[in-house]
Design a protein around this ligand. Structure first.
Ligand SMILES: [Zn+2]
Length: 320
């Protein structure tokens, strides 16, 4: 079957990342008894994780024979690289990553999705590409959606400015919630205190402007946090990610890998295609739907409107 690589968006990046992290841990533990096939697999796992952490879109996470050959054996000539890596890839898909393999059984036992290796053979001048996925690639014909429902895929971690990077995945602990509330209370107390000073005229104009600015930023962040806690999601403020990056949201999620099932805040970028016309979907808060986040078609935003659910990642048509 001829398929153009990475056209179908069906891979959830968060799901893939969790499986890869666990696979990396699994392979690290048996580092001393790794065969060559496992070493190749480990190289693919590590390189995929590097790309995800570099905020590369899931569509662009794939490798050529030469990439992996270089990672395991060092630079070498192309033909030799292809022959060698191809041999091990067969072993990986048929054995190391078969449905009943040790690694995949381990992933499933830890509540993660199993990993599969997909190889797209070279066609028309395009070199062979391969990549790891957690979903079995679905044939496009069976993947057809009805016009009434839409599927969202988390395809990419948002590319934030460097100083926001630590905020892209936050575990919610009692201690942290306490700190945020404490800082909020402190700031509002300071705000009221400074305002009273401003109004009594005992501070300079510059000081008054600074006070208002800090109060405005703190208030804005508190609004975002309260939206996150009441709706489970909120837009990533535009000063944290470049403007052109649409559909970047902070969402609440349950940590499935960890036994305690902690709550966490994840920053993810969603993508979806409008089931009616195929154009891209923009997720935004809608006044019409009382502040709910909905998915609107880029070219028919008032007619092609769908619900957006960040947990089941599905939606349904809201008109008609
Ligand atoms: Zn549309």
């Amino acid at each position: 079957m001829l398929r153009v690589a990475k056209e179908v968006i069906s891979q959830d990046i968060q799901e893939l990342k969790e499986s890869l992290q666990l696979a990396d841990k699994f392979l690290n533990e048996k580092l001393n008894q790794q065969g060559k096939a496992e070493e190749v697999l480990h190289a693919i796992v590590i390189k995929s994780l590097e790309l995800i952490n570099d905020e590369v879109s899931v569509r662009d996470i794939y490798f050529y024979y030469a990439d992996i050959y270089a990672a395991v054996w060092g630079e070498g000539d192309t033909d030799k690289a292809s022959r060698t890596v191809r041999k091990y890839l067969d072993d990986i898909s048929n054995d190391k990553l078969s449905a009943n393999s040790e690694l995949n059984n381990f992933l499933v036992s830890e509540n993660c999705q199993p990993l599969f290796l997909t190889v797209d053979a070279s066609t028309g001048g395009k070199r062979t590409q391969f990549y790891l996925i957690t979903c079995r690639q679905v044939d496009e014909s069976t993947n057809e959606q009805s016009n009434n429902s839409i599927e969202y895929v988390a395809t990419k971690l948002p590319k934030p400015y460097w100083w926001v990077k630590p905020l892209m995945e936050i575990k919610v602990t009692v201690w942290r919630v306490f700190c945020v509330v404490a800082i909020g209370v402190l700031l509002s107390w300071m705000g009221v205190y400074s305002l009273s000073k401003v109004f009594s005229g005992s501070v300079s104009t510059a000081m008054a402007i600074i006070t208002f600015s800090i109060a405005a930023i703190a208030g804005y962040l508190m609004m975002r946090l309260s939206e996150l806690s009441t709706k489970g999601l909120t837009q990533i403020p535009s000063f944290m990610v470049p403007l052109k990056q649409a559909n970047s949201l902070f969402t609440l999620a349950r940590d499935t890998v960890n036994e305690k099932q902690n709550l966490k805040i994840l920053a993810v970028t969603y993508e979806a295609k409008c089931p009616l016309c195929g154009d891209k979907i923009i997720i935004e808060k809608s006044r019409e739907f009382h502040g709910r986040y909905v998915g609107k078609c880029a070219i028919a935003p008032s007619e092609h409107v769908y619900t957006f659910d960040h947990v089941v990642k599905k939606g349904r048509f809201l008109r008609g």
